[in-house]
Design a protein around this ligand. Sequence first.
Ligand code: SR1
Ligand code: MG
Length: 416
Amino acid sequence: DYRILHEAALRDHLAGLPDLAAVLGGEPASWSITEVGDGNLNLVFIVKGARGGIAVKQALPYVRLVGESWPLPLSRAHYEHLALSRQAELAPGLVPALLHHNEALALTVMELLEPHIIMRKGLVAATQYPRFVDDITTFMARTLFFTSELALSAADKKEGIAAFAGNHALCKITEDLIFTDPYRIAEQNRWTAPYLDGLAAALRDDMELHVAISRLKLRFMASPEALLHGDLHTGSIMVTEGQTRVIDPEFAFYGPMGFDVGAVLANLLMAYFASAGHERSPGERRAFEDWVLETVEKVWNEFARKFLDLWRGGAVGDAYPASLFAGEQGAARLEAERQAYMQRLFADTVGFAAAKTIRRIFGLAHNIDFELIENPQRRAVSEARAVRLARAMMVETGAFPAIADVTGAAQKLRDW
Ligand code: SR1
Ligand code: MG
């Protein structure tokens, strides 16, 4: 029964759903319906009535950014709905409320987030978000910890993995666009030519980088540690100065935790490097960039603190059975093991953050942080700084044992 719902068909569909019609209020003919989707994959409508508004998302049977020549399963709407439901349980108040889902139409209706904006747009305008660190670290710590074997029985974990196993077409997009294409000649790659032509060619010849990105790709494909959002960039986060909501988990699957955490850090670091290319006063630039780097540090530190607190306080999963860590000596050894676990997770995070950066500069899907820098030479300077840091983070990950090593290196590149 799938069909693409344009305005008239959507109006009819919603009018037949009494609960939603009541949220909107007034006569269906009076509802305003505006398509606002600016993402790469779907249609998104804002519908407003006399009483209130809703957001409607419908998956298209192809990649919107490219067109019908690139088919994509509608089932991604099912996985997005499933992920949103799990995230709402695990991180209440940090995802939009679900109001309706129609599997056949690949259509989901959510609360309208207003006056929230896409965080990436706010960062391009040099806006600071004081609640962001606390909210995003709660979201990540809770969704990752409670879907891992630290909190789950082995059986429940395997059920979780199975529930998302069918979302492999979306994983394949990531496997190709993030972990492969930027490092080879691929039709859909693009970059700020001619300024980055040399750098693009260097990436294609950089065997150490190819080893590093391939290790990360294997980690992505073969490490079902927890239920990931799977596309946790600043375009998947809506904010006001006082609220944060994580949206769009259609790439959700069980993968390595560092992929989500790295996505957040990479997108903050790209906002940092892009800042020099945007028109802003030296004072405004300095204040924003300082805030971004402080936020990078706090995101990792707060995430790690909250994740460890959950582990120390309520680990009832099948990993690390309590019976093996009895007494004072056991408690001390387990605590040392927790620290080692976080160190490994940090190394993953650094590597994935690097991969997420390079794909936005040489791959198919770019971001407005850089794209809105109109002067291409200026844009290329910002992008080259980001790539320089990303290459080091990916190939020499061990040189970044702490988050301050990442922000310190970013700061050194500020005027490079
Ligand atoms: C073809 S889809 C391109 C990108 O858009 C999404 O937001 C994901 O990041 C994906 O890689
Ligand atoms: Mg998206």
